[in-house]
Design a binder for this molecule. Structure first.
Ligand SMILES: Nc1nc2c(ncn2[C@@H]2O[C@H](COP(=O)(O)OP(=O)(O)O)[C@@H](O)[C@H]2O)c(=O)[nH]1
Ligand SMILES: [Mg+2]
Length: 329
C-alpha cells in the first residue's frame, strides 16, 4: 500500500477492511502487500487489520501442493482451480518461495501457466511471498491465507516453488498436502526425500499422458507399495496414489473427489480441527522466537559487540558461555 492511498483515505485501514470483507480482489492485494511490508508503521496497521478480520477466517480448505520444479504444479493448479471455480468455489492461489535470488521473470512465468485462472473472476493468484528468510516468508503466507479467507475464498492453494525446507513449512499451514510426482524418476524418488513422501496426504503422478501412460501406471503401483510401508498418519487416512495429466485435464476430478472425502473424514473424526489448533500454537511459538531474535539483533551497537566477542572467542581469550552471558547481563 503506498503513501498516496494513506493520505487520501484518512480511514484507510477501515476502508481496506470493509472492501476486503466484500471480497474485492484489489483490496485483498493491498492487504497482502501491507502484511508483507517491513515498515514499522505498516506492521502496526497489519496487526490491527488481521485482528479485525480474525472472526471471518478459518472457513476454507487449505491445500498445499508440492513436487520438484517442472513436475507440473502450476499447470495442475490451473486445471484444478478452474474445475473448482466451475463448481462455484472461490479459489485463491498463493506460492511460497524461500529463495532470495529469484527473478521477477520466473514469477511472471508462473503466472502465465495459470492464464485461465488469472482471468477468472472467482480466482485470486498471488505469487509474491519470497525472501531469504523462510520464517518471514511463512509468516506472510500464513497471514495471506487469513486475508484470502476473510475475502471469501473457500479453497486456498499454496504452491511450493522453492525446494528443500519449504515443504515442511507449507505442511505446517495446510489441511491437506498433495505431492505431485513423475513416473520414471529412478530409485532415489527424484530428489523427493522419503520424509516428504511421508508428509503427503495424497500422491499424484502427473504427466500420465501420451507415451508416458505405461510408465505412470507402473509408478503408481510402486508408490502404492511404498506408501503401505509408511507409518499410519495422524489423520487416520490411507494416502491415495493416483494418476493425472494436468495438460489433458484428466484425473483432476478424481483428485478432488479424494480431497472432499478427506475433508469429510477429518471433520468427522476431529482431525481437521486438532491439526489447525496445533498449527496455530506452533505458529505462536515460532513468532515468539522471531520476535526475540529481531529485538536482540536490532539492539544499538550489537554488531560491534558481536564482532568484538567473535574475535575473543576465536583467539580463545573468552569462553562462548562467558561471551553470551555478557551480552545478556
Ligand atoms: N505432458 C505433460 N506435460 C505437462 C503436464 N503438466 C505440466 N506439463 C509441462 O511441464 C512443464 C512444467 O510445468 P509447470 O506447471 O511449470 O511445473 P512446476 O514447476 O511444477 O510449476 C511445462 O512445460 C508444462 O507444460 C502434463 O500433465 N503432461
Ligand atoms: Mg510453478
Amino acid at each position: 500500500m503506498d503513501s498516496t492511498f494513506r493520505r487520501t483515505h484518512p480511514n484507510h485501514l477501515q476502508v481496506l477492511k470493509e472492501r476486503l470483507l466484500l471480497g474485492e480482489r484489489v483490496y485483498l492485494s493491498k492487504a497482502i502487500t501491507l502484511v508483507e511490508s517491513k515498515k514499522a508503521e505498516d506492521k502496526i496497521a497489519s496487526s490491527e487489520l488481521i485482528d479485525g478480520i480474525i472472526n471471518n477466517t478459518g472457513k476454507s480448505l487449505r491445500i498445499g501442493i508440492t513436487g520438484v520444479p517442472g513436475v507440473g504444479k502450476s499447470t495442475f493448479i490451473e486445471a484444478f482451480g478452474s474445475m473448482l471455480t466451475g463448481k462455484g468455489r472461490k479459489v485463491a492461489v498463493l506460492s511460497i518461495d524461500p529463495s532470495s535470488n529469484r527473478t521477477r521473470g520466473s514469477i511472471l512465468g508462473d503466472k502465465t501457466r495459470m492464464d485461465q485462472l488469472s482471468r477468472d473472476p472467482n480466482a485470486f493468484i498471488r505469487p509474491s511471498a519470497s525472501g531469504s528468510n523462510l520464517g518471514g516468508v511463512a509468516q506472510n503466507t500464513r497471514e495471506s491465507i487469513l486475508l484470502c479467507e476473510a475475502a471469501g475464498f473457500d479453497i486456498i492453494i499454496i504452491e511450493t516453488v522453492g525446494v528443500g525446507q519449504s515443504e515442511t513449512v507449507v505442511k505446517g499451514m495446510v489441511d491437506y498436502f498433495l505431492l505431485l510426482m513423475l513416473a520414471g524418476g529412478g530409485d532415489e524418488l527424484q530428489g523427493i526425500k522419503r520424509g516428504i513422501m511421508e508428509m503427503a496426504d495424497h500422491i499424484l503422478i502427473n504427466k500420465a499422458d501420451k507415451e508416458n501412460i505405461k510408465a505412470a501406471k507402473k509408478a503408481k503401483e510402486d508408490y502404492k507399495n511404498a506408501v503401505h510401508l509408511f507409518p499410519p498418519n495422524d489423520a487416520d487416512w490411507i494416502v491415495p496414489v493416483g494418476l493425472c495429466s494436468a495438460i489433458e485435464k484428466s484425473g483432476i476430478n478424481e483428485a478432488w473427489d479424494q480431497i472432499e472425502k478427506y475433508e469429510a473424514v477429518s471433520k468427522e473424526n476431529g482431525w481437521l480441527d486438532i491439526n489447525r489448533k496445533n498449527q496455530s500454537v506452533e505458529w505462536f511459538h515460532e513468532r515468539i522466537h522471531a520476535r526475540l531474535e529481531d529485538s536482540f539483533y536490532s539492539r544499538p551497537g550489537i554488531e560491534d559487540e558481536l564482532k568484538k566477542r567473535e574475535e575473543l572467542i576465536s583467539s580463545q581469550k573468552i569462553s562462548v558461555r562467558k561471551a553470551v552471558d555478557e551480552l545478556f547481563s
